[in-house]
Design a protein around this ligand. Structure first.
Ligand code: APR
Length: 231
């Protein structure tokens, strides 16, 4: 089976009602990003940061995967599909995608403040966290989110996946935040690349741009892949 590697951003979840960051009305228009999503901000006011992620978690628990998420999961019948997402929601998993790599962490998990590898899944019925949250051994917990100013530990496995892709797809990202935005540079020469976005960022002319939202775009991508890569 051919390897289909898909990199998704906030636009992937827009049709599920989850706000993006930089579109008009996006999250960063209403919140000071360095106060709620940076390492310095967390040190300055951890309660503000916990409350910011509590609000996003409540929004997520009301959201459902959209046709774009479901379409990507359906591609697993014809391809070995790997999703690399900048999103911290679990909508790819809930849509049925089997291989999802989160570059920027996960809303539905927490980790100990001192050891990033000690991760705990949150129970949807008790999903709020605070600076007083502790693990079973009494260690302080924080959202399992990669803040600005922090390393992106999953970038290495993500680069590995992109370098093995037979087809690479980018969906719903403004391609402004690195290192995720740099994934495009790791494809093997000649690998076909598709970019699904209604308002795409500038990309090299050899990228096949599908100027549509995620649901319609994934349906068009599926038609293209079915017609061109049937082996
Ligand atoms: N379908 C597909 N794409 C869409 C849709 C849609 N319905 N609506 C908007 N988009 C596109 C926008 O055109 C834009 O290109 O989604 C992209 C959203 O860009 P951003 O808000 O910048 O989100 P993203 O690129 O994922 O941000 C990267 O920045 O704040 C950090 O950690 C955060 O992971 C995030 C990172």
């Amino acid at each position: 089976m051919k390897k289909l590697v898909i990199s998704t951003g906030a636009g992937m979840s827009a049709e599920s009602g989850i706000s993006t960051f930089r579109d008009s009305g996006g999250l960063w228009e209403n919140y000071p990003v360095m106060d709620v999503a940076s390492a310095d901000g967390f040190r300055r006011n951890p309660r503000l940061v916990h409350d910011f992620y509590n609000a996003r978690r409540r929004e997520l628990l009301k959201a459902e995967p959209n046709a774009g998420h479901l379409g990507l999961a359906a591609l697993e019948k014809d391809y070995e599909v790997y999703v690399i997402t900048q999103n911290v929601d679990d909508l790819h998993e809930r849509a049925g995608s089997s291989n999802v790599l989160h570059l920027h962490g996960e809303l539905m998990a927490v980790r100990t403040v001192d050891e990033p590898y000690r991760v705990y899944r949150l129970d949807p019925d008790h999903a709020d966290t605070s600076p007083e949250s502790r693990d079973p051994e009494g260690r302080p917990l924080r959202p399992h989110i990669v803040f600005f100013q922090e390393a992106v530990p999953m970038m290495e496995p993500a680069v590995e996946l992109v370098s093995q892709a037979d087809v690479f797809v980018v969906i719903g990202t403004s391609l402004v935040v690195y290192p995720a935005a740099g994934l495009l540079n790791y494809i093997r020469r000649g690998t076909p690349v598709y970019y699904i976005d209604p308002n795409p960022a500038p990309v090299p002319e050899w990228v096949h741009v599908i100027r549509k939202g995620a649901s319609e775009g994934v349906a068009e991508l599926t038609r293209i892949l079915t017609s061109q890569y049937n082996d």
